[in-house]
Ligand binder design. Structure first.
Ligand code: NOJ
Ligand code: CA
Length: 685
């Protein structure tokens, strides 16, 4: 029904074409330029060149059309379009298969197995202008990108519009979030028919009528505008590049490649999460030894400000005093947390800091905070301060001070920094070429340059960066492993503020949308289950614990107040025990917007951890423990919703903590309360 009836003849023998050959001699049908299938032939891509020299691609899964012929190309602002009039110069199909090791991550080893189709194209009527199209076809998805070579006919490429389309063949439901709106990436995920999507951020996940799941996203977003997806009509989506306030959305000199346009494709939601396609499409680690990047948990001077018990700004209620920070350091040392985040330590918070940031100093402390003394106190206790740079979206001001700011932290033994860019979408401030500043989106090409600059400059000082209000994650942590985490979705902070708090299905929605892009600094662990003025949040205590496993981040903040952790020592034990770096990850259950169960094996022991979360529905799920080593006995420490537990009542605190002896043959029953969850620690006996 929604497919576009462009003529395309499928060559079923496509998967056999391995090698290099010229187009002129190929025996392909009229419009088909080339085809390629994935290593196990699950997916196939056909690229078509119409009579007018326009390019399109189609994707099939198990021989069935998934993406109907969809357009490719660009409109340029400074030259005729890269659309139409193409002819093929060369094509090649190659295969790649290797396994690489992550310095930290959801799993230690990642297999990168794909077939690549490379098409070199020429626009003869445009002085032989050239462009290459590269498809990498994996069994669990497809990535493709454009490559513009250095050529005298196009010294500078100003991309006015990218024409890339994704036409979904079968009727589908979408889980998506609006793009280009005020709160940037911090909207709730909504569920609608795909045909009712407006302008969407990626990853956007869809489920077709036959149950196939596709997540649309991009990989390796470097020096390019972030891609939004705009519904054109029916189920046709088109790339929409984040606008620039000063020129074309993308302006590049000489040779360049675009980010990969990606589709992760699986039978179910779990399969999407298990895919490593985004990381595989990024370049290998460029930083060399990154043993200074330390996955770990932290606490901090944070939730108390969001609860309005203290302030970022100076005065009687100032949170980041030396004395108060030492209280957190003592607590961290006593309970095995490596880090203590200190927000509000530096000058600049007293005016309208959000969306402006013009008062921020990144080197001067408020008088009641002694950076040198506090940091030395922490190090003596085996703890590190976590630095904080809130910019208020004032990128220009931050860049001016960046080097001095990084130097200062490095000097005091601070090895990671949380940054922030609180501003309405489109109002970040960037340096202008001729002096002065101008406004723009944080996910613009300029934004992509800035965020990466912050990370690569930080690497020079061996600093890891955890970006809040970031540009979306596109897997660059593979190339720059000091980009340790980011926010990029509604975090726990919304549960402090209200208006509105996060919905009960927020975590399950995140897992199979936002979390497909990479780690999230979600700040779980609010055992008090309340925000400002005691307003309850949509969760049971067990679900708070489960979130430590389900929402992956190598740096995780146990976000609640010290007094609340002291009040609930039982559940707090799980927060102390759970690691943040994994040898392996398995998604046991996954249903879009409903529930998710994830098992992860600790990178530094033989322990496994399981987290399971549900939406507002109570559920009973069977959890076979077949991931455990056969023949071993394990102690399962179970943190489950009690029989009365319900996120809508005061029984949200009803949690049962119990131990069982289990083996790989055991299947546990997970009984999840409405808005509930379960967390399990499995240790070999
Ligand atoms: C927004 C961040 O997400 C939050 O964690 C931080 O506390 C505030 N900005 C202030 O920087
Ligand atoms: Ca935020």
């Amino acid at each position: 029904m929604h497919t576009t009836p462009v003529k395309i003849r499928w060559i079923s023998a496509c998967s056999m074409m391995l090698g290099v050959y010229a187009s002129t001699g190929s025996a392909l049908a009229d419009d088909i330029l080339a085809t390629v299938s994935s290593p196990d032939k699950v997916l196939s891509v056909a690229v078509q060149l119409g009579g007018d020299g326009r390019l399109a691609y189609e994707v099939q899964r198990h021989g069935k059309q998934l993406i109907a012929p969809s357009r490719l190309g660009f409109l340029l602002a400074n030259a005729p379009e890269l659309d139409g009039g193409f002819s093929l110069d060369k094509q090649a199909v190659t295969e790649h298969d290797d396994t690489w090791e992550q310095p930290w991550g959801e799993r230690r080893y990642v297999r990168n197995h794909y077939k690549e189709l490379r098409l070199e194209l020429v626009q003869k009527a445009q002085q032989n202008r050239r462009m290459a199209l590269v498809f990498r076809v994996f069994d669990d998805g497809v990535g493709f990108r454009y490559e513009i070579p250095d050529q005298p006919q196009l010294k500078e490429t100003k991309i006015a519009d990218e024409l890339t389309e994704f036409i979904v063949a079968a009727p589908a439901t979408a889980w998506w979030q609006q793009a280009g709106e005020m709160a940037a990436l911090e909207y709730a995920i909504r569920k609608t028919p795909l045909s009712e999507v407006g302008m969407a951020n990626t990853p956007m996940t869809i489920r077709t009528r036959d149950g196939t799941h596709i997540a649309f996203h991009e990989a390796a977003l470097v020096d390019y505008a972030s891609m939004w997806l705009r519904k054109v009509d029916g189920q046709k989506l088109r790339a929409h590049l984040t606008p620039s306030a000063i020129g074309a959305p993308v302006e590049r000199q000489g040779a360049f490649t675009t980010p990969w346009r990606t589709m992760q494709i699986a039978d179910n939601a779990a399969g999407l999460y298990m895919s490593d396609l985004i990381l595989n499409l990024n370049e290998p680690n460029k930083l060399g030894d990154v043993s200074w990047v330390r996955p770990s948990k932290f606490v901090g001077v944070w939730w108390e400000m969001h609860l309005e018990k203290s302030t970022w700004g100076s005065g009687a209620k100032h949170g980041a005093t030396t004395e108060n920070t030492k209280r957190y350091i003592d607590f961290a040392a006593k309970n095995g947390f490596r880090g203590v985040l200190v927000e509000g330590w530096n000058i600049g918070w007293d005016g309208k800091w959000y969306g402006d940031g013009s008062d921020f100093s990144f080197t001067q402390s408020y008088p009641d905070f002694d950076l040198a003394a506090t940091s030395a106190y922490a190090i003596k206790k085996g703890v590190r301060l976590i630095g904080h740079h809130e910019t208020g979206g004032n990128v220009a001001r931050y860049e001016d001070q960046m080097d001095a700011a990084y130097q200062l932290y490095a000097k005091h033994g601070v090895d990671s920094i949380k940054s922030g860019y609180v501003t309405d979408a489109g109002t970040a401030q960037f340096h202008s070429a001729g002096g002065g500043t101008h406004y723009g989106y944080t996910d613009s090409q300029e934004g992509s340059r800035h965020y990466l600059k912050a990370v690569t400059e930080a690497a020079r000082y061996k600093l890891a960066i955890d970006t809040h209000e970031p540009i979306k994650d596109t897997g660059l942590r593979r190339t720059y492993p000091n980009w340790i985490s980011r926010e990029g979705a509604r975090g726990m902070e919304y549960n402090a503020w209200g208006n509105p708090i996060n919905s009960v299905d927020h975590e399950v929605n995140l897992v199979f949308t936002r979390m497909l892009s990479g780690p999230m600094d979600y700040t779980p662990g609010i055992l008090s289950l309340e925000g400002v003025k005691g307003k309850p949040i949509n969760s049971t205590q067990a679900k708070q614990l489960a979130s430590f496993v389900v929402i992956y981040s190598p740096v995780v903040m146990a976000a609640d107040l010290i007094e609340n952790y002291e009040k609930y020592p039982g559940p707090f034990k799980f927060i102390k025990d759970v690691p943040t770096d994994w040898a392996d990850t398995r998604v046991i259950h996954g249903s879009m917007g409903e529930y998710a169960t994830i098992a992860r094996k600790d990178r530094h022991s033989d322990n496994w951890y399981v987290g399971s979360v549900t939406d507002g529905e109570a559920r009973t799920l069977s959890l076979p423990l077949d991931f455990l080593d056969a023949g071993k006995r394990y102690t399962a420490e179970i943190y489950r919703d009690g029989d009365q537990a319900d996120y809508r009542t005061s029984h949200r605190f009803d949690i049962v903590i119990e131990k069982k002896i289990v083996t790989a043959k055991t299947a546990l029953q997970l009984k999840l309360a409405p808005g509930g969850g379960q967390a399990i620690r499995l240790t070999p006996m």
